[in-house]
Design a protein around this ligand. Structure first.
Ligand SMILES: [Zn+2]
Length: 174
């Protein structure tokens, strides 16, 4: 799954670090996410199409310590929330990028379509339940953009995508 997602979190697209066997519980920085929560969709518990890899809700590149930072966004924010009418499932919605736009100044992710449309409703719902504009995430996006402005685009990698790939694609920074 990690390879299928090219090394990025299914929701926020931060870069995930591969898990090592030595990693203790205190150092977990990604986990298997049930997109449709097990609480309401028990029959999908082992369905591959319902599984993905999500970050732990904080910057997973921070150095390891025994105290994990607070889990703030992505799956930990979403919990058991899943509205069939609004949820944009990254595995099922092939044109998911068409629902969002990045503000090139604030680096916030925003609904691309006008308020009042179905598309707006869905994108807005996703932003809220995952907290995709959490200040930590914004800071992480800023860091990536600044790195590229300073050092040029990330080197192309056969199996991995650069962090915040959709944002970089949209901002022309790939
Ligand atoms: Zn994430």
């Amino acid at each position: 799954m990690y390879s299928e997602q090219a090394g990025l979190c299914i929701y926020c697209q931060q870069k995930l670090l591969p898990k090592t066997e030595k990693e203790s519980n205190a150092h977990i920085r990604s986990h298997i996410e049930h997109i449709r929560p097990r609480s309401s969709y028990e029959f999908l518990t082992f369905d591959y199409c319902n599984l993905s890899v999500s970050c732990e809700g904080f910057d997973c590149e921070i150095p390891k310590t025994n105290q994990q930072p607070k889990k703030a966004f992505c799956e930990h924010r979403k919990g058991n929330e899943y509205d069939e009418d609004c949820f944009l499932n990254p595995i099922e919605v092939k044109d998911i990028e068409d629902y969002f736009v990045y503000d090139d100044l604030t680096l916030e992710i925003l609904p691309k379509h006008k308020e009042g449309t179905e598309e707006f409703k869905k994108a807005n719902y996703m932003n809220k339940i995952l907290d995709l504009n959490h200040k930590k995430l914004i800071r992480m996006r800023e860091k990536v953009v600044k790195d590229i402005e300073r050092n040029g685009p990330y080197e192309k990698h056969e199996k991995q995508l650069p962090p915040f790939y959709s944002m970089l694609f949209q901002l022309g920074l790939l």
